[in-house]
Design a binder for this molecule. Structure first.
Ligand code: KG4
Ligand code: ZN
Length: 339
């Protein structure tokens, strides 16, 4: 029997709705919020207000594009957390209203599991490559940096995590120092293409096991810039591409080092990346190259499934649905989820 699910994602600054039939994506609509750009970061109050404005048209468009009426839905999957409470609340409340109005069950999804399960989406005209279990997923976003061992769609274990900043945060904070705007990750990626990745050396962390640290790199980047600008006020402008390329190269090296360690330790060769930073061209190429050298099968998501989207929430909801995990109507969002 076919299962049709509406997914709703509103954990940060993207309002998104998607419809899937089993694992096949029928629609995926994303409204991004430009309002945060001029503040150099996401302002929670503004994010929540923008979600309130976007959610009705976004869900409506997703259903229309999929050619699915609300009564045809078997479940509504929504992001319960982690994320910004005010943002999550908009998605959760909307899911409840729709569930109640049409008597449809609700399924809550952990946003991070959603990023990982985006690797199980298919398209109407073709199946996409899916990793075999167990696989390792390097999950890199604006708020998280983890290595997750995935044993089944619903059984995951975090084997490494950042002890300070997330990789996306490192990109965004360093971009801010260079005056590149928010979010800075994609801008650094673009500028890095013209630069020399060996032009500057920044600090590498010494972290045991499979954990990550980016605060030392951030400080070393900051000090390099501060000292150089003291001698030459135009330093950043003149070296922007080289700074971006070197920074990106260092972040990718830090990520890959721990990923290689974990792959060896767990003897796993199916390796995936997920989350917003997996849109980064340096990381995408780096993982594929590393995989070629080490005999991994590597799984790099299509660009539209890297940053926040509801397709991944819908597919995660599908697996919960099969498992019979339903939420009650008094479910509330959670900003942090302790694993
Ligand atoms: O997964 P995501 O959309 O939201 C969270 O769950 O956090 O990730 C957003 C993060 C931001 O830090 C953004 O700068 C980063 O992903 N990002 C990138 C690129 N595209 C998005 N970082 C580096 N290179 C990119 N191309
Ligand atoms: Zn995310």
């Amino acid at each position: 029997m076919d299962i049709t699910i509406l997914g709703i994602e509103s954990s940060c600054d993207d309002t998104s709705a998607a419809v899937i039939r089993n694992t096949t994506l029928l629609s995926n609509v994303i409204a991004s919020q430009a309002v945060h750009m001029k503040y150099g970061g996401v302002i929670p109050e503004l994010a929540s207000r923008a979600h309130q404005q976007n959610i009705v048209p976004v869900v409506d468009t997703a259903l229309k594009e999929a050619g699915v009426a609300p009564d045809e839905l078997d479940a509504i999957a929504f992001t319960r957390g982690p994320g910004l409470l005010g943002s999550l609340l908009v998605g959760v409340s909307f899911a409840k209203g729709l569930a109640l109005a049409h008597d449809i069950p609700m399924v809550e999804v952990n946003h991070l599991q959603g990023h990982i399960l985006s690797h199980f989406l298919d398209l109407p005209d073709r199946t996409l490559p899916h990793p075999d279990f167990p696989f390792l997923c390097l999950l890199v976003s604006g708020g998280h940096t983890q290595i997750v061992r995935v044993d089944s769609p619903l059984e995951m274990e975090i084997v490494g995590t950042t002890i300070d900043d997330a990789a996306g945060e490192a990109f965004d904070k360093c971009a801010k120092v260079m005056g590149l705007g928010y979010p800075g990750g994609p801008v650094i990626d673009r500028l890095a293409r013209e630069g020399d990745p060996e032009a500057f050396r920044f600090a590498h962390p010494h972290v045991d096991g499979f954990d990550f640290s980016f605060s030392g790199l951030k400080t070393s980047f900051l000090y390099t810039l501060r000292d150089a600008v003291a001698d030459d006020p135009d330093f950043i402008d003149r070296h922007k591409a080289d700074l971006c390329a070197s920074l990106q190269h260092t972040i990718v090296e830090i990520l890959l080092k721990q990923l290689v360690r974990a792959a060896k330790e767990y003897d796993i060769r199916d390796i995936a990346v997920a989350g917003g930073v997996s849109a980064n061209s340096g990381l995408r190429n780096g993982v594929v190259e590393e995989g070629r050298r080490r005999g991994w099968r590597t799984f790099v998501p299509e660009f539209r499934f890297t940053t926040d989207n509801a397709a991944m929430i819908a597919v995660a909801g599908y697996y919960h649905y099969l498992h019979g995990d339903f939420s009650s109507l008094d479910v509330s969002p959670v900003a942090r989820i302790e694993e």
